[in-house]
Ligand binder design. Structure first.
Ligand SMILES: Cc1ncc(COP(=O)(O)O)c(C=O)c1O
Length: 423
Protein backbone atom coordinates (compact mmCIF):
# COMPACT_ATOMS: atom_id res chain seq x y z
CA UNK A 1 0.00 0.00 0.00
CA UNK A 2 2.89 2.30 0.78
CA UNK A 3 3.81 2.00 -2.86
CA UNK A 4 0.40 3.25 -3.97
CA UNK A 5 1.01 6.41 -2.01
CA UNK A 6 4.55 6.91 -3.16
CA UNK A 7 3.48 6.49 -6.76
CA UNK A 8 0.56 8.84 -6.50
CA UNK A 9 2.72 11.37 -4.69
CA UNK A 10 5.37 10.96 -7.36
CA UNK A 11 2.83 11.62 -10.09
CA UNK A 12 1.36 14.51 -8.12
CA UNK A 13 4.69 16.12 -7.37
CA UNK A 14 5.54 16.85 -10.97
CA UNK A 15 2.17 18.47 -11.42
CA UNK A 16 1.83 20.55 -8.28
CA UNK A 17 3.63 23.56 -9.66
CA UNK A 18 0.78 23.79 -12.14
CA UNK A 19 -1.88 23.64 -9.47
CA UNK A 20 -3.75 26.59 -10.90
CA UNK A 21 -4.71 24.55 -13.92
CA UNK A 22 -7.58 22.11 -14.37
CA UNK A 23 -6.92 18.36 -14.36
CA UNK A 24 -7.51 18.19 -18.06
CA UNK A 25 -4.99 20.93 -18.72
CA UNK A 26 -2.44 19.02 -16.67
CA UNK A 27 -3.16 15.91 -18.64
CA UNK A 28 -3.13 17.54 -22.05
CA UNK A 29 0.15 19.14 -21.13
CA UNK A 30 1.61 15.68 -20.63
CA UNK A 31 0.18 14.66 -23.96
CA UNK A 32 2.00 17.49 -25.70
CA UNK A 33 5.33 16.16 -24.50
CA UNK A 34 6.36 12.54 -24.61
CA UNK A 35 3.12 10.91 -25.57
CA UNK A 36 2.68 7.29 -24.76
CA UNK A 37 0.21 6.12 -27.34
CA UNK A 38 -2.08 3.90 -25.26
CA UNK A 39 -2.36 0.30 -26.33
CA UNK A 40 -5.37 -1.90 -25.72
CA UNK A 41 -4.48 -4.64 -23.22
CA UNK A 42 -4.24 -8.10 -24.78
CA UNK A 43 -7.59 -9.80 -24.87
CA UNK A 44 -8.47 -13.40 -25.54
CA UNK A 45 -11.85 -14.32 -24.17
CA UNK A 46 -15.04 -15.63 -25.69
CA UNK A 47 -18.01 -15.82 -23.37
CA UNK A 48 -20.03 -19.03 -23.13
CA UNK A 49 -23.28 -19.05 -25.11
CA UNK A 50 -26.21 -17.41 -23.39
CA UNK A 51 -29.28 -19.55 -22.87
CA UNK A 52 -31.43 -17.35 -20.62
CA UNK A 53 -34.54 -15.25 -21.34
CA UNK A 54 -34.50 -12.90 -24.32
CA UNK A 55 -34.30 -9.09 -24.14
CA UNK A 56 -38.01 -8.86 -24.99
CA UNK A 57 -38.95 -11.17 -22.10
CA UNK A 58 -36.77 -9.25 -19.65
CA UNK A 59 -38.22 -5.94 -20.79
CA UNK A 60 -41.71 -7.29 -20.31
CA UNK A 61 -40.88 -8.41 -16.74
CA UNK A 62 -39.21 -5.09 -15.97
CA UNK A 63 -42.34 -3.26 -17.11
CA UNK A 64 -44.58 -5.46 -15.01
CA UNK A 65 -42.57 -6.03 -11.83
CA UNK A 66 -40.02 -3.23 -11.48
CA UNK A 67 -40.44 0.43 -10.63
CA UNK A 68 -41.41 2.56 -13.63
CA UNK A 69 -38.69 4.98 -12.47
CA UNK A 70 -36.05 2.56 -13.76
CA UNK A 71 -34.99 4.01 -17.09
CA UNK A 72 -32.68 2.51 -19.67
CA UNK A 73 -30.41 3.76 -22.41
CA UNK A 74 -31.11 3.38 -26.12
CA UNK A 75 -34.38 2.57 -27.92
CA UNK A 76 -33.28 -1.04 -28.02
CA UNK A 77 -31.82 -1.40 -24.52
CA UNK A 78 -28.56 -3.27 -24.27
CA UNK A 79 -28.86 -6.70 -22.68
CA UNK A 80 -25.48 -7.21 -21.05
CA UNK A 81 -24.54 -10.77 -20.17
CA UNK A 82 -20.78 -10.88 -19.69
CA UNK A 83 -18.05 -8.45 -18.76
CA UNK A 84 -14.33 -9.04 -19.08
CA UNK A 85 -11.64 -6.37 -18.74
CA UNK A 86 -12.69 -3.35 -20.80
CA UNK A 87 -15.40 -5.20 -22.72
CA UNK A 88 -19.05 -6.10 -22.32
CA UNK A 89 -20.87 -8.81 -24.29
CA UNK A 90 -24.56 -8.88 -25.18
CA UNK A 91 -26.87 -11.91 -25.42
CA UNK A 92 -25.59 -12.68 -28.91
CA UNK A 93 -21.94 -12.54 -27.84
CA UNK A 94 -21.47 -9.16 -29.54
CA UNK A 95 -18.60 -7.26 -27.95
CA UNK A 96 -18.73 -3.63 -26.78
CA UNK A 97 -15.96 -1.37 -25.54
CA UNK A 98 -17.24 -0.16 -22.18
CA UNK A 99 -16.45 3.53 -21.71
CA UNK A 100 -19.09 3.84 -19.01
CA UNK A 101 -17.90 1.32 -16.41
CA UNK A 102 -21.30 0.91 -14.73
CA UNK A 103 -21.45 4.67 -14.04
CA UNK A 104 -17.76 5.23 -13.37
CA UNK A 105 -17.57 2.29 -11.02
CA UNK A 106 -15.64 -0.54 -12.65
CA UNK A 107 -12.18 0.90 -12.06
CA UNK A 108 -9.97 -2.12 -12.70
CA UNK A 109 -11.84 -3.94 -15.44
CA UNK A 110 -14.86 -6.22 -15.43
CA UNK A 111 -14.51 -9.37 -13.35
CA UNK A 112 -10.87 -8.78 -12.53
CA UNK A 113 -9.55 -12.22 -11.48
CA UNK A 114 -7.85 -10.92 -8.31
CA UNK A 115 -11.03 -9.16 -7.17
CA UNK A 116 -13.24 -12.12 -8.06
CA UNK A 117 -10.88 -14.46 -6.20
CA UNK A 118 -10.93 -12.27 -3.07
CA UNK A 119 -14.74 -12.12 -3.16
CA UNK A 120 -15.10 -15.87 -3.71
CA UNK A 121 -12.61 -16.84 -1.03
CA UNK A 122 -14.26 -14.61 1.53
CA UNK A 123 -17.78 -15.68 0.50
CA UNK A 124 -16.88 -19.34 1.01
CA UNK A 125 -15.56 -18.70 4.53
CA UNK A 126 -17.93 -16.09 5.94
CA UNK A 127 -20.33 -13.96 3.95
CA UNK A 128 -21.78 -11.81 6.69
CA UNK A 129 -21.18 -11.20 10.36
CA UNK A 130 -21.74 -7.45 11.14
CA UNK A 131 -19.29 -5.17 12.83
CA UNK A 132 -20.25 -6.26 16.33
CA UNK A 133 -17.78 -9.12 15.85
CA UNK A 134 -14.14 -8.81 14.87
CA UNK A 135 -13.05 -9.53 11.31
CA UNK A 136 -9.66 -8.96 9.70
CA UNK A 137 -11.02 -7.80 6.29
CA UNK A 138 -12.65 -4.60 7.56
CA UNK A 139 -9.59 -3.68 9.67
CA UNK A 140 -7.11 -4.35 6.86
CA UNK A 141 -9.12 -2.44 4.28
CA UNK A 142 -9.61 0.56 6.60
CA UNK A 143 -5.86 0.70 7.22
CA UNK A 144 -5.11 0.45 3.49
CA UNK A 145 -7.62 3.19 2.61
CA UNK A 146 -6.27 5.48 5.31
CA UNK A 147 -2.77 5.07 3.88
CA UNK A 148 -3.90 6.63 0.58
CA UNK A 149 -5.13 9.81 2.29
CA UNK A 150 -3.16 12.82 3.56
CA UNK A 151 -2.92 14.31 7.04
CA UNK A 152 -5.02 12.95 9.82
CA UNK A 153 -7.69 11.44 7.56
CA UNK A 154 -7.52 7.95 8.94
CA UNK A 155 -10.79 6.95 10.57
CA UNK A 156 -13.12 5.01 8.26
CA UNK A 157 -16.83 4.29 8.48
CA UNK A 158 -18.10 1.91 5.79
CA UNK A 159 -21.50 2.30 4.12
CA UNK A 160 -23.25 0.52 1.23
CA UNK A 161 -23.46 3.39 -1.26
CA UNK A 162 -22.35 6.89 -2.09
CA UNK A 163 -25.64 8.41 -0.97
CA UNK A 164 -25.25 6.82 2.45
CA UNK A 165 -21.67 8.04 2.69
CA UNK A 166 -22.67 11.64 1.94
CA UNK A 167 -25.66 11.47 4.29
CA UNK A 168 -23.32 10.37 7.05
CA UNK A 169 -20.69 12.98 6.19
CA UNK A 170 -23.25 15.78 6.31
CA UNK A 171 -24.61 14.52 9.61
CA UNK A 172 -21.11 14.34 11.08
CA UNK A 173 -20.45 17.93 9.97
CA UNK A 174 -23.69 19.08 11.58
CA UNK A 175 -22.98 17.22 14.81
CA UNK A 176 -19.37 18.38 15.03
CA UNK A 177 -20.09 22.05 14.37
CA UNK A 178 -23.49 22.36 16.01
CA UNK A 179 -24.59 24.24 12.87
CA UNK A 180 -27.16 23.11 10.33
CA UNK A 181 -26.54 25.06 7.12
CA UNK A 182 -24.54 23.33 4.42
CA UNK A 183 -23.24 24.78 1.17
CA UNK A 184 -23.00 22.78 -2.01
CA UNK A 185 -22.61 23.73 -5.65
CA UNK A 186 -25.18 24.20 -8.35
CA UNK A 187 -24.92 21.33 -10.83
CA UNK A 188 -23.70 19.01 -8.04
CA UNK A 189 -24.86 15.43 -7.50
CA UNK A 190 -24.42 14.00 -4.00
CA UNK A 191 -27.17 11.37 -3.77
CA UNK A 192 -30.90 10.99 -3.51
CA UNK A 193 -31.88 10.45 0.13
CA UNK A 194 -33.36 13.14 2.39
CA UNK A 195 -30.23 15.17 3.10
CA UNK A 196 -28.23 14.44 -0.02
CA UNK A 197 -31.09 15.31 -2.37
CA UNK A 198 -30.91 18.72 -0.74
CA UNK A 199 -27.20 18.93 -1.56
CA UNK A 200 -27.79 17.73 -5.11
CA UNK A 201 -28.49 20.70 -7.34
CA UNK A 202 -29.90 19.57 -10.66
CA UNK A 203 -33.67 19.82 -10.99
CA UNK A 204 -34.10 16.50 -12.78
CA UNK A 205 -32.68 14.70 -9.73
CA UNK A 206 -34.74 16.58 -7.15
CA UNK A 207 -38.25 15.63 -6.08
CA UNK A 208 -40.71 18.08 -4.61
CA UNK A 209 -40.12 17.02 -0.99
CA UNK A 210 -38.71 18.90 1.98
CA UNK A 211 -34.97 19.45 1.56
CA UNK A 212 -33.79 21.85 4.19
CA UNK A 213 -30.58 23.57 5.14
CA UNK A 214 -28.52 23.49 1.95
CA UNK A 215 -27.52 26.62 0.01
CA UNK A 216 -26.28 26.20 -3.55
CA UNK A 217 -23.38 28.37 -4.59
CA UNK A 218 -22.58 29.56 -8.08
CA UNK A 219 -20.83 26.81 -9.98
CA UNK A 220 -17.16 27.53 -10.76
CA UNK A 221 -17.64 26.22 -14.30
CA UNK A 222 -14.54 27.10 -16.32
CA UNK A 223 -16.40 26.66 -19.62
CA UNK A 224 -19.74 28.38 -19.14
CA UNK A 225 -19.28 30.27 -15.85
CA UNK A 226 -19.25 34.06 -15.88
CA UNK A 227 -15.73 34.25 -14.42
CA UNK A 228 -14.18 31.67 -16.77
CA UNK A 229 -11.30 29.85 -15.01
CA UNK A 230 -10.88 32.37 -12.20
CA UNK A 231 -11.79 30.17 -9.24
CA UNK A 232 -11.28 32.86 -6.61
CA UNK A 233 -13.97 35.08 -8.13
CA UNK A 234 -16.57 32.30 -7.90
CA UNK A 235 -15.50 31.64 -4.31
CA UNK A 236 -16.80 35.05 -3.28
CA UNK A 237 -20.33 33.70 -3.77
CA UNK A 238 -19.79 31.22 -0.92
CA UNK A 239 -18.77 34.06 1.39
CA UNK A 240 -21.91 35.96 0.28
CA UNK A 241 -24.07 32.93 1.05
CA UNK A 242 -22.53 32.67 4.51
CA UNK A 243 -22.99 36.41 5.13
CA UNK A 244 -26.52 36.79 3.75
CA UNK A 245 -28.11 33.32 3.69
CA UNK A 246 -27.09 31.83 7.05
CA UNK A 247 -26.70 32.90 10.68
CA UNK A 248 -23.03 33.45 9.90
CA UNK A 249 -21.93 29.93 10.74
CA UNK A 250 -22.17 26.77 8.65
CA UNK A 251 -21.84 23.05 9.23
CA UNK A 252 -19.83 22.63 6.08
CA UNK A 253 -19.16 22.82 2.40
CA UNK A 254 -19.45 19.77 0.14
CA UNK A 255 -18.22 19.47 -3.44
CA UNK A 256 -16.96 17.02 -6.02
CA UNK A 257 -13.54 17.95 -7.44
CA UNK A 258 -14.96 17.01 -10.83
CA UNK A 259 -18.74 17.07 -11.14
CA UNK A 260 -19.57 13.63 -12.50
CA UNK A 261 -23.32 13.51 -13.03
CA UNK A 262 -23.07 17.22 -13.88
CA UNK A 263 -21.11 16.40 -17.04
CA UNK A 264 -17.51 15.59 -15.97
CA UNK A 265 -17.00 19.23 -15.17
CA UNK A 266 -13.82 20.34 -13.45
CA UNK A 267 -13.98 23.09 -10.84
CA UNK A 268 -12.10 26.24 -11.80
CA UNK A 269 -8.59 26.22 -10.30
CA UNK A 270 -8.14 28.35 -7.19
CA UNK A 271 -11.76 27.80 -6.14
CA UNK A 272 -11.45 25.10 -3.50
CA UNK A 273 -8.61 26.68 -1.47
CA UNK A 274 -10.55 29.97 -1.22
CA UNK A 275 -13.84 28.26 -0.33
CA UNK A 276 -12.19 25.95 2.20
CA UNK A 277 -10.81 29.09 3.92
CA UNK A 278 -14.23 30.81 3.97
CA UNK A 279 -15.87 27.68 5.34
CA UNK A 280 -13.28 27.08 8.04
CA UNK A 281 -13.27 30.74 9.06
CA UNK A 282 -16.89 30.32 10.20
CA UNK A 283 -16.31 26.97 11.89
CA UNK A 284 -17.50 24.70 9.05
CA UNK A 285 -16.01 21.43 7.82
CA UNK A 286 -14.95 20.77 4.23
CA UNK A 287 -16.25 17.58 2.64
CA UNK A 288 -14.71 16.16 -0.54
CA UNK A 289 -17.14 13.92 -2.42
CA UNK A 290 -14.71 11.56 -4.16
CA UNK A 291 -17.38 9.12 -5.23
CA UNK A 292 -16.64 9.66 -8.91
CA UNK A 293 -13.27 11.40 -8.94
CA UNK A 294 -11.44 9.16 -6.48
CA UNK A 295 -9.47 5.94 -6.86
CA UNK A 296 -6.93 7.12 -9.43
CA UNK A 297 -9.51 7.98 -12.06
CA UNK A 298 -8.15 11.44 -12.81
CA UNK A 299 -4.74 9.99 -13.66
CA UNK A 300 -2.86 12.97 -12.24
CA UNK A 301 -3.72 12.12 -8.62
CA UNK A 302 -5.23 9.33 -6.59
CA UNK A 303 -7.86 11.70 -5.12
CA UNK A 304 -9.53 14.51 -7.05
CA UNK A 305 -9.06 17.10 -4.30
CA UNK A 306 -5.27 16.65 -4.43
CA UNK A 307 -5.06 18.56 -7.70
CA UNK A 308 -6.51 21.61 -5.94
CA UNK A 309 -3.93 21.63 -3.16
CA UNK A 310 -6.49 21.24 -0.35
CA UNK A 311 -6.91 18.72 2.46
CA UNK A 312 -10.57 18.10 3.37
CA UNK A 313 -11.90 17.33 6.84
CA UNK A 314 -14.09 14.52 5.52
CA UNK A 315 -13.76 12.43 2.36
CA UNK A 316 -16.61 10.33 0.98
CA UNK A 317 -16.11 7.48 -1.47
CA UNK A 318 -18.06 4.73 -3.24
CA UNK A 319 -18.27 3.43 -6.86
CA UNK A 320 -14.62 2.68 -7.76
CA UNK A 321 -13.87 1.61 -4.19
CA UNK A 322 -15.28 -1.85 -4.89
CA UNK A 323 -15.15 -2.20 -8.70
CA UNK A 324 -18.89 -2.94 -8.57
CA UNK A 325 -19.35 -4.22 -5.02
CA UNK A 326 -21.97 -2.27 -3.04
CA UNK A 327 -19.66 -0.37 -0.71
CA UNK A 328 -19.00 3.22 0.27
CA UNK A 329 -16.99 4.92 2.98
CA UNK A 330 -16.58 8.10 4.98
CA UNK A 331 -13.06 8.94 6.11
CA UNK A 332 -12.34 11.67 8.61
CA UNK A 333 -10.02 12.58 11.47
CA UNK A 334 -10.10 10.81 14.87
CA UNK A 335 -11.31 14.01 16.52
CA UNK A 336 -14.24 14.56 14.15
CA UNK A 337 -15.15 10.85 14.11
CA UNK A 338 -15.68 11.04 17.86
CA UNK A 339 -19.04 12.82 17.42
CA UNK A 340 -20.70 9.58 16.31
CA UNK A 341 -20.22 8.16 19.78
CA UNK A 342 -22.87 10.58 21.14
CA UNK A 343 -25.48 7.97 20.20
CA UNK A 344 -25.46 4.46 18.72
CA UNK A 345 -24.73 4.51 15.01
CA UNK A 346 -24.82 1.31 13.04
CA UNK A 347 -25.08 -0.07 9.50
CA UNK A 348 -26.00 -3.75 9.07
CA UNK A 349 -24.04 -4.40 5.87
CA UNK A 350 -21.49 -1.58 5.95
CA UNK A 351 -17.98 -3.03 6.11
CA UNK A 352 -19.11 -6.60 5.61
CA UNK A 353 -16.30 -9.13 5.03
CA UNK A 354 -17.03 -9.78 1.34
CA UNK A 355 -17.10 -6.12 0.31
CA UNK A 356 -14.07 -5.15 2.33
CA UNK A 357 -12.02 -8.16 1.13
CA UNK A 358 -12.99 -7.19 -2.45
CA UNK A 359 -12.16 -3.52 -1.79
CA UNK A 360 -8.69 -4.40 -0.56
CA UNK A 361 -8.13 -6.48 -3.70
CA UNK A 362 -9.19 -3.47 -5.82
CA UNK A 363 -6.60 -1.23 -4.15
CA UNK A 364 -3.93 -3.86 -4.76
CA UNK A 365 -4.86 -4.17 -8.43
CA UNK A 366 -4.74 -0.38 -8.90
CA UNK A 367 -1.21 -0.50 -7.56
CA UNK A 368 -0.01 -3.70 -9.24
CA UNK A 369 -1.28 -2.74 -12.69
CA UNK A 370 -0.30 0.92 -12.41
CA UNK A 371 -3.84 1.97 -13.26
CA UNK A 372 -3.37 5.58 -12.19
CA UNK A 373 -0.55 5.88 -14.70
CA UNK A 374 -2.74 4.15 -17.26
CA UNK A 375 -5.57 6.64 -16.63
CA UNK A 376 -3.05 9.43 -17.14
CA UNK A 377 -1.78 7.98 -20.42
CA UNK A 378 -5.18 7.12 -21.84
CA UNK A 379 -6.76 10.35 -20.54
CA UNK A 380 -3.95 12.48 -21.99
CA UNK A 381 -4.28 10.83 -25.36
CA UNK A 382 -8.07 11.14 -25.42
CA UNK A 383 -7.82 14.75 -24.32
CA UNK A 384 -5.31 15.51 -27.03
CA UNK A 385 -7.44 14.01 -29.76
CA UNK A 386 -10.61 15.68 -28.48
CA UNK A 387 -8.76 18.97 -28.28
CA UNK A 388 -7.87 18.78 -31.94
CA UNK A 389 -11.55 18.12 -32.71
CA UNK A 390 -12.45 21.10 -30.52
CA UNK A 391 -10.06 23.37 -32.39
CA UNK A 392 -11.33 22.18 -35.74
CA UNK A 393 -14.97 22.71 -34.83
CA UNK A 394 -14.38 25.89 -32.85
CA UNK A 395 -13.01 27.48 -36.00
CA UNK A 396 -16.14 26.39 -37.81
CA UNK A 397 -18.32 27.64 -34.92
CA UNK A 398 -16.51 30.95 -34.82
CA UNK A 399 -17.14 31.44 -38.48
CA UNK A 400 -20.82 30.90 -37.74
CA UNK A 401 -20.64 33.13 -34.59
CA UNK A 402 -21.18 30.18 -32.17
CA UNK A 403 -20.12 29.76 -28.54
CA UNK A 404 -16.97 28.14 -27.12
CA UNK A 405 -17.36 24.51 -26.17
CA UNK A 406 -15.30 22.05 -24.19
CA UNK A 407 -13.94 19.13 -26.23
CA UNK A 408 -16.34 16.70 -24.66
CA UNK A 409 -19.37 18.89 -25.14
CA UNK A 410 -18.30 18.95 -28.72
CA UNK A 411 -17.90 15.20 -28.88
CA UNK A 412 -21.24 14.36 -27.35
CA UNK A 413 -23.06 17.24 -29.00
CA UNK A 414 -21.78 16.69 -32.48
CA UNK A 415 -21.67 12.91 -32.67
CA UNK A 416 -24.21 11.83 -30.03
CA UNK A 417 -21.59 9.21 -29.25
CA UNK A 418 -22.85 6.36 -27.08
CA UNK A 419 -20.75 5.61 -24.03
CA UNK A 420 -20.67 1.93 -24.90
CA UNK A 421 -19.16 1.38 -28.31
CA UNK A 422 -19.81 -1.70 -30.42
CA UNK A 423 -16.57 -3.16 -31.79
C1 LIG B 1 -20.40 12.41 -6.94
C2 LIG B 1 -21.45 11.47 -6.48
N1 LIG B 1 -21.83 11.47 -5.21
C3 LIG B 1 -22.76 10.63 -4.74
C4 LIG B 1 -23.38 9.72 -5.57
C5 LIG B 1 -24.41 8.78 -5.03
O1 LIG B 1 -23.87 7.49 -5.01
P1 LIG B 1 -24.84 6.20 -5.00
O2 LIG B 1 -25.54 6.16 -6.32
O3 LIG B 1 -23.89 5.06 -4.76
O4 LIG B 1 -25.79 6.39 -3.86
C6 LIG B 1 -23.03 9.68 -6.92
C7 LIG B 1 -23.68 8.75 -7.84
O5 LIG B 1 -23.61 8.85 -9.04
C8 LIG B 1 -22.04 10.58 -7.39
O6 LIG B 1 -21.66 10.58 -8.66
Amino acid sequence: MQRIISRSRLLSRGLDSHSRRCFSQLLSQRADGDVNIPKMPPFDYTPPPYEGPSSAEILQKRREFLSPSMFYFYNNPLHVIDGKQQYLFDENGRRYLDAFGGIATVCCGHCHPDVVEAILNQTKRLQHSTIVYLHHAIAEFAEALASTLPGDLKVVFFTNSGTEANELAMMIARLYTGSHDMISLRNAYHGNAAGTMGATAQSNWKFNVVQSGVHHAMNPDPYRGIFGSDGEKYAKDVQDLIDYGTCGQVAGFIAEAIQGVGGILELAPGYLPAVYDSTRNVGGLCIADEIQSGFARTGSHFWGFEAHGVVPDIVTMAKGIGNGLPIGAVVTTPEIAQVLTQRSYFNTFGGNPVCTAGGLAVLRVLEKEKLQENACTVGSYLKKRLKSLQEKHENEDEKKGGARRSPLMLASGACQAPLVLAC
